[in-house]
Design a protein around this ligand. Structure first.
Ligand SMILES: [Fe+2]
Length: 382
């Protein structure tokens, strides 16, 4: 038996942000708007959301304090502000960090804290306040998942919160909001989306429904990510990357992720490596590791990248997928090694022992792993 979750009402398309006005009466009047503190907070979308709330007779309380890899303390501050202002809904606007913060703030406003009590699976008891997620990057897919990742600062760990209650009530994916991303941010967020798509395509929980979403996401990224990197104003590329990011989120929220994410989280928590960059460094090595288990799936991925894999023996054809991913990341000028991210050989035992603790992601990876193998993958990435 398989189970599929997607309870979110999702609007997709250029200009779809404006439709928020029509949906507000059903969601609530006074909103906590959760954003990052710099680029996102000054986006025209912030003004547009404020205006829509005010025209519907509500107030906009702006919490613009979310930094990259948000921690529990940030969520607590946001929830405190929301509670003191009596907000009725939460709107997250930005990349994965503001969206994940918004998700957990909405949950904290109806559940006792601290937010660290949510770590793990199924630890949110009461439905959160109505939540709207509006991504301004094409990477995290958080607008389409039942997952939020928070940093546990005391233990230097990235912790996942999983609950079907974290699906937003409404998500608005307007590709125009991602058009202002720099080439570097386009590359890093695109690498995250590709990692979601590739990993969710081969997890032990993948099945026909989720694989359809993953497959389409890989195909769009293969066709459009380099284009958006070269020309940020390429509307067709931005459109398809926004689709890919959301599709990959829908997929991995149901089928899970794998070792690239298990190994990326310690790089982020201990060395501050941006999540998409960490995935870019690790994905090819993890694909090599998994290659013997899922050669047919990787052969299909190679074909999506236009590699000439037809007629080759399965493992060789699958190897073309790994090469295609390496080539794409090189074209995007992403680092190819963990050394380039400040990691040295002597750090690997700590990274590997931290990655081993992520039993959920290790269990969903198509190939089982032990400490020695995880150590080897990090070494391959040095
Ligand atoms: Fe990710």
């Amino acid at each position: 038996m398989h189970q599929l979750w997607f309870p979110t009402s999702l609007l997709f398309g250029e200009g779809s942000l404006a439709v928020l006005a029509e949906r507000l009466p059903a969601l609530g009047k006074n909103a906590l708007l959760v954003t990052g503190g710099t680029a996102t907070a000054s986006m025209p979308a912030v003004t547009a959301i404020r205006d829509m709330l005010s025209e519907s007779g509500g107030d906009c309380i702006h919490f613009a304090e979310v930094k990259a890899d948000p921690d529990v303390e940030t969520v607590e501050r946001g929830a405190e502000l929301g509670a003191s202002e009596g907000v009725e809904l939460v709107i997250g606007l930005g990349g994965g960090s503001p969206l994940d913060a918004a998700k957990t703030i909405a949950a904290r406003l109806t559940n006792p804290g601290p937010a660290s009590a949510f770590f793990g699976t199924g630890n949110i008891a009461q439905p959160p306040l109505p939540l709207v997620c509006i991504p301004t990057t094409s990477g995290t897919g958080s607008e389409a998942t039942q997952i939020a990742v928070l940093t546990d600062t005391a233990n230097h760990r990235k912790m996942s919160v999983l609950s079907p209650l974290l699906y937003p009530a409404l998500s608005i994916v307007d590709p125009e909001l991602a058009a202002s991303m720099s080439p570097a941010l386009t590359a890093a967020t695109g690498a995250d989306a590709l990692t979601h798509a590739v990993e969710s395509y081969v997890t032990v929980g993948a099945w026909e429904m989720t694989r359809g979403w993953s497959f389409r996401a890989v195909s769009f990224i293969a066709s459009y990510l380099a284009r958006a990197f070269q020309d940020g104003s390429d509307r067709e590329a931005r459109h398809h990357l926004a689709l890919a990011s959301t599709l990959a989120g829908m997929a991995f929220s149901n089928s899970g992720l794998g070792l690239a994410h298990a190994l990326a989280h310690p790089l982020g928590a201990l060395f501050g490596v941006a999540h998409g960059v960490a995935n870019a460094v690790l994905l090819p090595a993890v694909m090599e590791f998994n290659l013997t288990e899922v050669p047919e799936a990787y052969r299909e991925i190679a074909l999506l990248f236009g590699s000439n894999a037809a007629g080759l023996p399965p493992r060789e054809a699958a190897g073309r997928a790994v090469q295609a991913v390496r080539d794409l990341f090189a074209a995007l000028q992403l680092p190819a090694t963990i050394s380039a991210c400040g990691v040295r050989k002597e750090h690997i035992p700590l990274l590997a022992s931290e990655a081993m603790l992520n039993e959920r992601l290790r269990a969903s990876n198509p190939r089982t792993s032990n400490l020695e193998q995880i150590t080897m993958i990090y070494r391959d990435c040095l």
